[in-house]
Ligand binder design. Structure first.
Ligand code: 5GP
Ligand code: MG
Length: 177
C-alpha cells in the first residue's frame, strides 16, 4: 500500500478542523452525530479537541457492498439521541459523491435540530454529484480508493493510523482474508 496521509498529517488536519468547529459554535452545546463505521476514528480524535459541552450520537449508513464501488444506500437511526432543538454536527469519514451525507442530513433535518452542519475528514471533489458542500473538510484528496483511519476495504484496514491507497494485489487478497 501507498501512504497518502501520515499519522502526523492526519492529527494536525483534524486538530485544525476542530479549531474551526470551535470558532463556529462559540461555546454553544453541540451534538455530534457520527456516521458509522467509517467515522469512528475521526470521532474519537475530533471530540478530544472540542471544549464546548459535547453530546455524541451514532447513525449508521452504508453505500458500499464490500467492494470499492458504490451500491444501494441504507441508513439506520435506532442509536440516535433526540436532537430536536439541538445544534447538530454530522461527522463522516469521506465525501465522495456526497449521496450518503445528503441522505443522512435529510434524515436528521426531519428531527428538527436547532442547526445542522457537516464535517468530513476527506473530500474527493472530482466525484461529487450533489449540489452542497460539507461545512468543514480536513483534507481534499484525489479520486483514489483509500483505507485506514477508520476507512475500510471489506471491513479490513480501519485500524491503520495513516491513510493509504491499496495495491491491486491487496484488493484481490481482501476477499480471501
Ligand atoms: P458517497 O455517498 O459520498 O459517495 O460515499 C460516502 C461513503 O462511501 C463514505 O462514508 C465511505 O463509507 C464510502 N467511501 C467513499 N469513498 C471511499 C474510499 O475511497 N475508501 C473507502 N474505504 N470508503 C469510501
Ligand atoms: Mg461511511
Amino acid at each position: 500500500m501507498r501512504t497518502i496521509l501520515s499519522e502526523a498529517e492526519l492529527q494536525s488536519g483534524v486538530e485544525e478542523m476542530a479549531g474551526r468547529i470551535t470558532e463556529r459554535y462559540e461555546g454553544e452545546p453541540l451534538t455530534i452525530v457520527a456516521v458509522m463505521t467509517g467515522s469512528l476514528v475521526l470521532l474519537a480524535d475530533v471530540i478530544r479537541h472540542l471544549s464546548m459541552p459535547v453530546r455524541v450520537s451514532l447513525i449508521q449508513a452504508s453505500s458500499y457492498r464490500g467492494g470499492t464501488e458504490s451500491g444501494d444506500l441504507w441508513i439506520r437511526d435506532d442509536m440516535m439521541l433526540d436532537v430536536s432543538g439541538r445544534h447538530v454536527l454530522v461527522v463522516d469519514d469521506i465525501f465522495d459523491t456526497g449521496r450518503t451525507l445528503e441522505a443522512v442530513l435529510k434524515c436528521i433535518q426531519d428531527m428538527a435540530p436547532a442547526s445542522l452542519a457537516s464535517a468530513v475528514l476527506l473530500h474527493k471533489r472530482e466525484r461529487q454529484v450533489v449540489d452542497f458542500e460539507p461545512d468543514f473538510v480536513a483534507f481534499d484528496i484525489p479520486d483514489e480508493f483509500v483505507v485506514g483511519y477508520g476507512l475500510d476495504y471489506q471491513d479490513l484496514y480501519r485500524n491503520l493510523p495513516f491513510l493509504a491507497v491499496l495495491d491491486p494485489e491487496e484488493i484481490a487478497q481482501g476477499a480471501a482474508t
